[in-house]
Design a protein around this ligand. Structure first.
Ligand SMILES: Nc1ncnc2c1ncn2[C@@H]1O[C@H](COP(=O)(O)OP(=O)(O)OP(=O)(O)O)[C@@H](O)[C@H]1O
Length: 326
């Protein structure tokens, strides 16, 4: 692993340089005439939560499964913890943990029994202390002796993270871990994922929730139509937009030439429609003060005044012209 960098992380201040634990170059996967993954390069650093964000069908799962060794790439190279995945897939499997989607195995075994069973299957430590540690890691102490199929969706997702960690992997892969969960269960799972990171693991996850990528991930690769179209910390991706914030207001009495709004300080874009004005600004406070002063001078009434900060959704929109949710 030659590649070394100093990532700025979301949750933890990182002063030291970190080695790359995953390096993907020129990854391609075709299904017949269709290219699902089209030349992907990725570097994931040790100890970070790395998110692959994109809409349905972007190629996130296919990319993840190739790194995990579950699908064979048509082109490209993958190194995991320094191991060439094409040459030594078995060695890769020893250093990774993969969260299973299927709950079929959950029937008629308790949380504790399942963790012990998985540990045994991996030839890993099956001691009570180890099982207790994993139960605690995913905050399932109160459910440890319950049947797994009686757990809520969020609890089952947490259990599947514990199962992915039975072999004490360096890197854990989660494919859309919070899809279908309610907001409280989602936040709960984010806490578990942060705890996993705090234990020194690297987490790679896919998501189509921009908020999840923004608040949970240290770095995010934005994926669309089989390509990575941007990759950085959420903060830097948002800061690269010339739009830190949007100001929106209804003008109740009268009209103002669009040019007037365009001449306000720090405004980067103006839209006037149906009596509403929408301003993009790279400094909300400055633009807002000027807007209010202009409105006062012109005797205008601004109603329904609202502001919002730019998000990864805006990043995706700026890069593709489409919404993540489309
Ligand atoms: N086995 C397959 N055969 C043919 N096409 C496939 C196969 N697997 C995936 N695809 C196609 O490849 C594209 C990428 O799929 P993939 O599951 O990687 O996307 P994704 O970003 O994970 O989306 P989602 O969030 O919907 O899972 C999709 O258009 C999908 O239909």
């Amino acid at each position: 692993m030659q590649d070394v960098s100093t990532p700025v992380t979301n949750g933890v201040a990182v002063g030291a340089t970190r080695p790359a634990v995953i390096e993907v170059r020129g990854l391609v996967k075709r299904y017949g005439d269709f290219t699902a993954v089209n030349g992907v390069d990725l570097t994931v650093y040790d100890g970070e939560i790395f998110g692959i964000l994109g809409p349905n069908g972007a190629g996130k799962t296919t990319t993840l499964e190739m790194i995990e060794g579950l699908r064979e790439p048509d082109e490209g190279t993958i190194h995991v913890a320094g191991i060439d995945a094409a040459r030594n897939p078995t060695a890769v499997k020893r250093v990774i943990g993969v969260q299973l989607q299927s709950t079929a195995l959950f029937d008629h075994l308790t949380v504790r029994e399942l963790i012990a069973l998985f540990a045994a299957l991996y030839g890993a430590d099956t001691s009570k202390a180890k099982v207790d540690r994993l139960v605690e890691l995913v905050s399932l102490q109160e459910k440890a002796n319950d049947y797994a199929n009686a757990l809520s969706g969020g609890q089952q997702q947490r259990l599947s993270i514990a199962l992915a960690m039975v072999n004490d992997p360096r890197i854990i892969f989660l494919d859309e871990p919070t899809t279908g969960l309610d907001p409280a269960a989602r936040r709960n799972l984010w806490d578990v994922i942060r705890t996993v990171r705090a234990g020194g693991k690297t987490v790679v996850l896919t998501t189509h929730y921009m908020e999840e990528a923004e608040v949970l991930c240290d770095r995010v690769a934005v994926m669309d139509q089989g390509r990575i179209i941007a990759c950085d910390t959420p903060r830097r991706l948002i800061d690269q937009l010339d739009q830190a914030a949007t100001i929106r207001a209804r003008i109740d009495n009268g009209t103002v030439p669009v040019e007037t709004f365009k001449s306000l300080p720090n405004v980067t874009h103006v839209a006037v429609e149906d009596g509403y004005v929408e301003l993009h600004s790279d400094d909300m406070q400055v633009t807002m003060s000027a807007l209010l002063a202009t409105a006062r001078e012109a005797g205008l009434r601004l109603d329904n005044l609202s502001t919002s900060s730019a998000t990864l959704e805006d990043v995706f929109l700026a890069l593709t012209g489409r919404s993540l949710r489309e």
